[in-house]
Structure formats: structure tokens, C-alpha cells
Design a protein around this ligand. Structure first.
Ligand code: SF4
Ligand code: SF4
Length: 119
């Protein structure tokens, strides 16, 4: 399961630097699969179109304009890095919650983590 940010977000920015996958962005900011991951040009040339999005270095449109948002394609619930989702732990208003529309098993989350950070 991915984590999502609800409308109660107060835009404090505390969660963004805590994410090991660079999956959290400020409202209105464009995002890329390659931000904070190993999905760069080199892997694209070697392995072709096997990404969640067609090109990891292309900027994608923001998912929210006025509040911070989590890119579910990059969120691993912190699996592979920490025992607990760091954004949930640090958010002062408890607006980081489980996204029940994005359910993934722990095994799937490990695979996603390895995909994002493969050397
Ligand atoms: Fe990032 Fe972890 Fe929060 Fe997912 S749960 S957005 S990986 S800090
Ligand atoms: Fe919003 Fe919580 Fe992140 Fe602060 S820590 S930006 S309130 S989601």
C-alpha cells in the first residue's frame, strides 16, 4: 500500500526530506521517477521501456497544486529502509495515511524498492 496525504496538510514541509525514495513533493512541483532514485538515462539505454512511466527523467505534472503530495509509484511505505513509514511518523497533523486504493504486499514493496534503487 502506498501512503497518501490528505487535505489537512498544513504545508510544513517536514516530511519531504525524510522520504528515502524522494516520493514526496510540494504542491505544484513537477516530479520525476529519477529524482532520488537510480532510474537515470544509463539504465534506460540498457534496459529499454520497463519503467512505471515511459521515461524516468521526463518531468511529470504535479498530482496536487496546493498541498504536498506523494507519488505512489515511488512510495514503498519505507520498506527496505525503515520499520515505519517516515512521513506518518513525522507529520505533525497526522495527515499521512494509508491509501487503500493502492494496495501492495510487502514483497511487492521490496521489489519496487529494488527497482527504484538498483545499482
Ligand atoms: Fe516516502 Fe516512506 Fe512516506 Fe512512502 S511511506 S512517501 S517511502 S516516507
Ligand atoms: Fe503536510 Fe504533514 Fe508533510 Fe507537513 S509533514 S507537509 S503537514 S504531509
Amino acid at each position: 500500500m502506498s501512503i497518501k496525504i490528505t487535505k489537512e496538510c498544513i504545508n510544513c514541509g517536514a516530511c519531504e526530506p525524510e522520504c528515502p525514495n524522494n516520493a514526496i513533493y510540494e504542491g505544484g512541483k513537477k516530479w520525476r521517477m529519477s529524482d532520488g532514485t537510480s532510474l537515470g538515462l544509463k539504465r534506460k539505454r540498457e534496459k529499454g521501456e520497463e519503467y512505471f512511466c515511459s521515461n524516468p527523467i521526463v518531468e511529470q505534472e504535479p498530482k496536487e497544486k496546493d498541498i504536498y503530495f506523494i507519488v505512489s509509484e515511488k512510495c514503498t511505505e519505507c520498506v527496505g529502509f525503515y520499520d515505519e513509514p517516515q512521513c506518518i511518523t513525522i507529520c505533525p497533523v497526522n495527515c499521512c495515511i494509508l491509501d487503500k486504493s493502492n494496495i501492495e504486499t510487502k514483497n511487492q514493496l521490496f521489489k519496487k524498492k529494488n527497482f527504484l534503487h538498483e545499482k
